[in-house]
Design a protein around this ligand. Structure first.
Ligand code: NDP
Length: 297
């Protein structure tokens, strides 16, 4: 018969949570539902009070909330609000996990700031929206970076609201991965916006284009692996199927089609300009990897 042991039963680490906006509230609910003792604080007290019937302990001040538990999760609007809120607390001996969206430089500076106050620091970048929190099959997760031992100590508790992906000791790496993925998303959405604009004035149901778009973007997405391999080896010509020369030759068709359809090419032209610049450098046998180097300042 299976035995319950301390090793197999995850301990319900008590969690302090500062910040009960849409995201913070979803996080608090996930920990409460999983049976973790949760102490909450929010600038606007009503949002904290709303969680009391669900079992949360409501602290009167941020300092009181920080004093309650070793694991202190912060989910505030921005880095400035994190500084404002933590400044009035005693962080000595605390493990601060900051899930507030920030830049890599802000995360590194905040890590130093927290360490100088006697605490350990993990940074997190949330790759999810609030309805995905606490629902593993929704696919949301959080990038974490900072000391590996701090991550390992709390990974079970941290994995309750959203899956965890650890990306390194540098506290700036979680924010960097977060922004890198979201930046790629905006590029993809920009392309989709142009595609919808092209058909907008025609007798084509956008709902029939949508699945075609989604399938095409999904089919093209694995090309990032070839780009990564090119960047890793420094040889941008290996296994190239569609050369830059061929693709640049095709760009007038895209621009003329936009013109014919009465659509501004403003989302496409910056990328096409970079492709042409790279071709002018004599890189016609490459694919599109060389564009990346043109972006570096
Ligand atoms: P909300 O705008 O819903 O909540 C902001 C929170 O920050 C509230 O608790 C607010 O308190 C608090 N706050 C703002 N300014 C201050 C301040 N000066 N002092 C003290 N508290 C302050 O944001 P979310 O909960 O949606 O987002 C929180 C973090 O999570 C952000 O960094 C966001 O980028 C990130 N995130 C959010 C996602 C989302 O889809 N919502 C997705 C991924 C990341 P009060 O209630 O008093 O206003």
């Amino acid at each position: 018969m299976a035995q319950n042991t301390v090793d197999t039963v995850p301990s319900n680490t008590p969690v302090t949570l500062l910040g009960l906006g849409t995201m913070g509230t979803a996080l608090a609910r996930a920990w409460l539902a999983a049976g973790h003792p949760v102490t909450v604080w929010n600038r606007t007290p009503a949002r904290a009070a709303a969680l009391a019937p669900e079992g949360a302990t409501v602290a009167g001040t941020a300092a009181e909330a920080v004093a309650a538990n070793t694991l202190v999760v912060v989910c505030l609007l921005d880095d400035t609000s994190v500084g404002d809120v933590l400044a009035g607390t005693d962080l000595t001996g605390r493990d601060v996990v900051n899930l507030t969206t920030s830049t890599p430089a802000q995360a590194r500076a905040r890590a130093e700031w927290v360490r100088a106050r006697g605490a350990r620091y993990l940074d997190g970048g949330i790759m999810a929206v609030p309805p995905m929190v606490g629902i593993p099959q929704a696919g949301g997760y959080v990038f974490y970076s900072g000391p590996r031992d701090v991550f390992d100590r709390h990974r079970t508790a941290l994995a309750v609201p959203l899956a965890t992906t650890y990306v390194g000791e540098d506290p700036g790496f979680a924010a960097l991965h977060d922004v890198a993925l979201l930046s790629a998303m905006y590029g993809m959405l920009a392309g989709a916006a142009h595609a919808f604009a092209l058909i907008r004035k025609e007798n084509i149901d956008p709902a029939t284009l949508a699945p075609l778009l989604a399938d095409w973007l999904t089919a093209m997405a694995p090309s990032v692996h070839q780009s990564a391999e090119h960047l890793r080896t420094g040889d941008y010509t290996t296994d190239v199927v569609s050369t830059l020369a061929m693709q640049v030759a095709g760009t007038p068709t895209f621009l003329a089609t936009a013109e014919e359809q009465g659509v501004s090419p403003e989302l496409l032209t910056p990328y096409f300009d970079l492709m042409r610049r790279r071709l002018a450098e004599g890189s016609g046998e490459e694919d599109l990897t060389g564009v990346i180097d043109l972006l570096l300042r």
